[in-house]
Design a protein around this ligand. Structure first.
Ligand code: ZN
Length: 273
């Protein structure tokens, strides 16, 4: 590759980055007149936002899954718990589903924090107290997947729920040293602790090295105002039980443990010297 090619490529990447900040897919496609496949390639090749894109995709998919499940659930007949004809209920559900109605549902769900949303999620959660209802619910809703719904949902998610650009602003470029909202540990400190053998979890091969996305209000959804960066340990302990305010106190205690471990690391270094 010649130097000129390199410059051109860098320019392209820069353009794409710039567009992510202010516009989205459709416009990039129109403005640059390159195929969506090419845009995707550029996104993936550009290591600087690779982590952001990966996290964003995961939030999008998780949000879709949750909303789609709730949508299906909202269509179940009120007496489904007493009805034993699973096949029939499954068929009725299949017939009732439509993409338009799903879109309406999502809009209604996101805009309403009142009775509609609360009732639905409360009932949905109530099933968790009895395993037999969970099994039954899964059976009724089984085999009803709509990947095509996801395609239009992506656009909606980016425009209405959580724009990619605001996610990148919060998550930062790949080389940014992210910090946990609760225990205040940074990714560079985690790396240091790993190096010194001060981390115990066996999950560190797949989780722990980078900050995860926490929902400040559990079950409040992955929206731009409801996310915080949290380390694996805080995120895992916070679960969907504690809210931001409650967990801050726990985070402070975790911080003390990290500080002690760091002190140990420093002491050991001095002894070795
Ligand atoms: Zn933490």
């Amino acid at each position: 590759m010649s130097e000129n090619d390199n410059i051109e490529e860098t320019k392209d990447k820069f353009l794409v980055l710039h567009f992510i900040e202010c516009k989205m897919y459709e416009e990039i496609e129109k403005e640059l007149e390159i195929t969506r496949e090419d845009i995707r390639k550029l996104f993936n090749e550009n290591k600087k936002i690779k982590k952001s894109i990966k996290r964003y995709k995961s939030l999008l998919n998780r949000t879709f899954k949750k909303l789609y499940n709730l949508y299906k659930y909202s269509l179940l007949h009120k007496e489904w718990r007493e009805n034993d004809n699973i096949k029939e209920m499954n068929q009725t559900l299949k017939n009732a589903i439509s993409e338009e109605k799903f879109k309406d549902f999502v809009a209604k769900y996101l805009k309403n924090k009142n009775a509609f949303r609360d009732n639905l999620t409360t009932n949905y959660k109530a099933d968790y107290t009895e395993m037999k209802y969970i099994r039954k619910r899964n059976k009724i809703m089984k085999d009803i997947k709509h990947k095509d719904f996801l395609t239009s949902f992506k656009k909606y998610f980016n425009e209405e729920i959580f724009p990619l650009e605001s996610f990148i602003t919060k998550y930062g470029m790949d080389d940014y040293d992210r910090q946990c909202k609760y225990c205040k540990i940074t990714e560079s400190t985690i790396t240091k602790l790993v190096k010194n053998g001060e981390i115990n979890t066996k999950r560190i091969y797949s989780r722990g090295r980078t900050m995860e996305i926490d929902q400040k209000e559990p079950n409040g959804g992955y929206t731009k105002d409801n996310i915080a960066l949290a380390c694996y340990w805080c995120n895992n302990a916070k679960t969907d039980e504690f809210n931001k305010k409650e967990f801050k106190k726990i985070g402070k205690a975790i911080r003390k443990v990290w500080e002690r471990r760091l002190e140990e690391t420093e002491k050991n270094k001095k002894i070795k010297k």
